[in-house]
Design a protein around this ligand. Structure first.
Ligand code: SAM
Ligand code: DTB
Ligand code: SF4
Length: 326
């Protein structure tokens, strides 16, 4: 049964379950709701890089930190489509375009992004964007162009959010998610661990996600990538067991959601990643770059998939299943 009326104490109890018991429970639920051999393979591209006005303390693209990221204006559609085709050829079924913007503005850059969405959609890939805050009208325009998903993370709990970002509010984030829903675009929304949050903040964030009117269709769980020059550069490395606990709890709370083992894989062994898949992760970012930081190569991931007996999930699978069941 899929629930969105979880109580905070129930989430706490699941999160605090002894680890092996938690993995077992999550793995059991995962098998009931999903094909556990399948992993969704998504590729990211930063279409507009750096120079961002926000102060997100984890982010290498904030203009106010000296991180060595080169500012790059919005890419041309043709170049973006070349990357998308390359990602598709390497086995990706979802292509996510990211822009270092606070929010979308109604200007020629937005028109160009709309064209990119159309182009990637025509390649037969699920198109995702992460462009910052959106109005309902902008969300509708993206939907009309064929946008499949919009990524907009809550990052952490509402209380810890203020320690991490001061240039916008949690409420702003929730508003954008609402606008995305109203336009009929699927929601990709998750968070980051390693931001100096307490276990209670993680529990609160998972509770917020799992009690949204509808569960996000995908929930990325990122381990902080510690980038030199950002205020969080000296934070301790995320413990793999914390990652496993987050993924397992997310899987139990949101059984049918794609839970993505997102940033941080370059610092994890194959055995550690296997634990995450066991605990219910069924999506990854593939390709040797996330937005600005390194990620395992397609070749490395292919070897891992072979070893673990995993296969890439086909594009638009949920829609196809719905068509057949009508
Ligand atoms: N500017 C838009 C926004 O903030 O929504 C879109 C791009 S932003 C880079 C997308 C997400 O990347 C952030 O919400 C955050 O969750 C994640 N992210 C950024 N820097 C990260 C880091 N160093 N480690 C892990 N995740 C990170
Ligand atoms: C998400 O949750 N993680 C991705 C994607 N959504 C946009 C971004 C990770 C960024 C890591 C830091 C970087 O490469 O700049
Ligand atoms: Fe800008 Fe997004 Fe980075 Fe925040 S996370 S600084 S909004 S690019």
């Amino acid at each position: 049964m899929i629930r969105n009326n979880w109580l905070i104490d129930e989430v706490k109890e699941i999160y605090n379950t002894p680890l092996l018991e938690l993995i077992y429970k999550a793995a059991t639920i995962h098998r009931e709701y999903n094909d556990t051999a399948e992993v969704q393979v998504c590729t990211l591209l930063s279409i507009k890089t750096g120079g961002c006005s926000e102060d997100c303390s984890y982010c290498p693209q904030a203009a106010r930190y000296n991180t060595g990221v080169n500012v790059q204006a919005l890419m041309q559609k043709e170049d973006v489509l070349k990357y998308a085709q390359k990602a598709k050829d390497a086995g990706s079924t979802r292509f996510c375009m990211g822009a270092a913007w606070r929010e979308v503005r109604d200007n020629r850059d937005f028109d160009r992004v709309i064209d990119m969405v159309k182009g990637v959609n025509e390649l037969g890939m699920e198109v995702c964007c992460t462009l910052g805050m959106l109005t309902e009208n902008q969300a509708h325009k993206l939907a009309d162009a064929g946008l499949y998903a919009y990524n907009h993370n809550l990052d952490t709990s509402d209380t810890h959010y203020r320690e991490i970002i001061t240039t916008r509010t949690y409420e702003d984030r929730l508003n954008t998610l609402d606008n995305v829903r109203k336009a009929g675009v699927t929601v990709c929304c998750g968070g980051i661990i390693g931001l100096g949050e307490a276990h209670d903040d993680r529990i609160k964030m998972l509770h917020t996600l799992a009690t949204l009117p509808e569960h996000p269709e995908s929930v990325p769980i990122n381990a902080l990538v510690r980038v030199k020059g950002t205020p969080l550069e000296n934070n301790p490395k995320v413990d793999i067991w914390d990652m496993v606990r987050m993924i397992a709890t997310a899987r139990i709370l949101m059984p049918a959601t794609m839970v993505r083992l997102s940033a941080g894989r370059t610092e994890m062994s194959v055995a550690e990643q296997a634990l995450c898949f066991m605990a219910g992760a069924n999506s990854i970012f593939a390709g040797d770059k996330l937005l600005t930081t390194p990620n395992p190569s397609f070749e490395e991931d292919n070897i891992m998939f072979q070893l673990l007996g995993l296969k890439p999930r086909e594009a638009f699978k949920t829609e196809k299943a719905e068509q057949f069941s009508v």
